[in-house]
Design a protein around this ligand. Structure first.
Ligand SMILES: Nc1ncnc2c1ncn2[C@@H]1O[C@H](COP(=O)(O)OP(=O)(O)OP(=O)(O)O)[C@@H](O)[C@H]1O
Ligand SMILES: [Mg+2]
Length: 507
């Protein structure tokens, strides 16, 4: 007779090695039915690798996996999915040319021939799965116009179509707004109460403490300490487990000594917008753009770099009216550089090395006698690897092989190397672990101190309050308030929320 275990899922001594990296080192981990088990750790600690192993994407080099006490090893992701392991990966995983219903049933469909699936039944069940996650979409509609949050919810709905009893969520809240986070949390709790076992990965520690029944910490592929209840672990202790040292968050001083205006937008409006927006940016200033996801900040940023045309109003850079044609023109002529929030889809060349990705926009800086100097490139890359703590065996690693957070850091390094006069940084720390987040804040602050002018676009109010000198609050495509930032969170958040709410009630 085998031992009776109440573990829904259990991993024993699981090891996974990639060239130059021990991503997981003899990991023991378990998950119970009706439990939310949070997994936290720095970027590159091995969290996603664990998810990929449980869900059949990767084979472990050593170790065993038990489900309901039975030893299992899935040959591929579909086998795991059909066996009731639902996974929502760090990156979105929907097929753009498929409809909502087809995306929901993609995995189950491909088991049988599509022709034998009753379409009526598929639509009916799609409706049911979406109801659980409170999505109200036409199953026949295209997914291309869905917001990030809707796509996220749709992926969760997909796991419900096979009645998953294990749900693996890899940073599910990284690209959704706070109201949507609340909904997601409600749904996750509902599923837990129905007996689903959930592994929850997040860099947002508040969320982890609020949701988790147990927390496990990974560092460099190893488990640090046991799996413990949140009440038995303070935030400080958790961070210490993550990085082996304490978090240092010294506040940045309040600054207000700006003189020169470097950018001035006067009632500008884009094609897709009905609002006009006006603002100024001064030399050395950090101008925070706060708003919920979808409040129009990215749209406005795109006009400043010539990606979307300005159809009305005027834009001045250093006092001169400008007509910016494209990103190359924005940077080459006016020194304006935009660091996209969609770093992965818009920015990185996944097959190429970290070194190449960092230098691609600044090749002129690594020339030697007119030729690209690989030595210079490597030296420069090493500098950023160190400064941003990019976890990699070396500068030649393909970016596609880096963890999500380390891919982000590579994009940030590229922007820093470009060294523009005006830099628009869109959601710089999404998916970045708390420690590195602090380091990136320091880098941004130092850039401003050196006289660079920065527009900091963020949905993370704490980040805005920590860094910005002035704050513009966005709502429904327009700037609804402007305030000086005294860097006092309670005060600012009150003011910001009042104006967002007052505005929405007024409509
Ligand atoms: N396909 C791969 N080839 C080579 N190395 C890999 C591959 N996948 C992951 N790694 C490495 O394994 C380590 C763990 O990566 P993993 O993606 O599991 O980290 P993570 O904890 O999810 O980080 P993040 O918080 O940034 O998402 C990293 O050093 C990463 O570079
Ligand atoms: Mg990851």
């Amino acid at each position: 007779m085998g031992m009776i275990s109440d573990n829904l899922l259990e991993l024993k001594d699981v090891t996974k090695v990639f060239p130059g990296v021990r991503a997981l080192n003899k990991i023991n981990f378990d998950l119970k039915a009706g439990e939310i088990h949070a997994l936290v750790g720095e970027n590159g600690a091995g969290k996603s690798t664990l998810i990929n192993i449980i869900s059949g994407m990767f084979k472990p080099d050593e170790g065993e996996i038990f489900i309901d006490g039975k030893k299992r090893m899935f040959p591929n992701a579909r086998a795991a999915f059909v066996a009731g392991i639902g996974v929502v990966h760090q990156e979105r995983n929907l097929i753009p040319t498929f409809t909502v219903a087809e995306n929901l049933y993609f995995d189950s469909l491909s088991k049988k021939a599509i022709s034998v699936v009753s379409r009526a039944k598929m639509l009916e069940e799609a409706g049911k799965a979406m109801e659980i996650v409170e999505l109200n979409l036409d199953p026949d509609s295209s997914i291309t116009f869905l917001s990030a949050a809707q796509q996220q919810m749709l992926e969760i709905a997909r796991t419900l179509t096979v009645n998953s009893k294990i749900l693996l969520l890899d940073e599910p809240t990284s690209s959704i707004s706070s109201t949507e986070v609340e909904l997601l949390i409600k749904i996750i709790r509902k599923l837990r109460n129905q007996g689903v076992g959930i592994i929850y990965i997040s860099h947002k520690l508040e969320e982890v403490f609020e949701l988790a029944d147990r927390i496990t910490v990974f560092r460099d592929g190893c488990k640090v300490g046991g799996s413990v209840a949140p009440k038995d672990l303070s935030r400080e202790a958790l961070i210490e487990r993550m990085v082996g040292r304490k978090e240092a968050v010294d506040p940045f001083p309040v600054r207000d000594n700006f003189v020169k205006t470097v950018m001035e937008a006067d009632s500008i409006r884009g094609k897709m917008n009905t609002n006009t927006n006006s603002f100024t940016l001064r030399k050395g200033e950090i101008l925070g753009w706060y708003g919920l996801v979808g409040s129009g900040r990215t749209e406005l940023a795109r006009m400043l770099i010539g990606v979307d045309p300005i159809v009305q109003g005027s834009l001045k850079v250093n006092g001169e009216p400008v007509r910016i044609k494209n990103t190359k023109n924005a940077f080459g002529k006016y020194g304006i550089y935009y660091m996209s929030e969609n770093r992965k889809s818009e920015g990185l060349f996944l097959q190429h090395s970290i070194a190449e990705n960092i230098s691609i926009v600044s090749l002129n800086k690594i020339l030697k006698k007119g030729l690209i100097s690989k030595a210079r490139e490597a030296e420069n890359t090493l500098k950023y690897i160190e400064e941003l703590n990019i976890k990699t065996p070396g500068p030649d690693q393909s970016v596609g092989n880096l963890s999500g957070g380390n891919q982000q850091k590579t994009c940030i390094a590229r922007g820093l190397f470009v060294d523009p006069e005006i830099i628009i940084i869109d959601e710089p720390t999404v998916g970045i672990d708390v420690i590195t987040k602090g380091e990136i804040h320091r880098l941004i602050y130092d850039l401003a101190e050196k006289g660079k002018s920065i527009i900091l676009v963020s949905s993370d109010l704490a980040e805005i309050v920590r860094l910005a000198d002035r704050i513009l609050v966005f709502r429904a495509g327009g700037i609804c308030a402007e305030m000086k930032n005294r860097k006092n969170y309670a005060e600012v958040s009150n003011e910001v929320m009042n104006c967002i709410i007052a505005d929405s009630v007024g409509r």
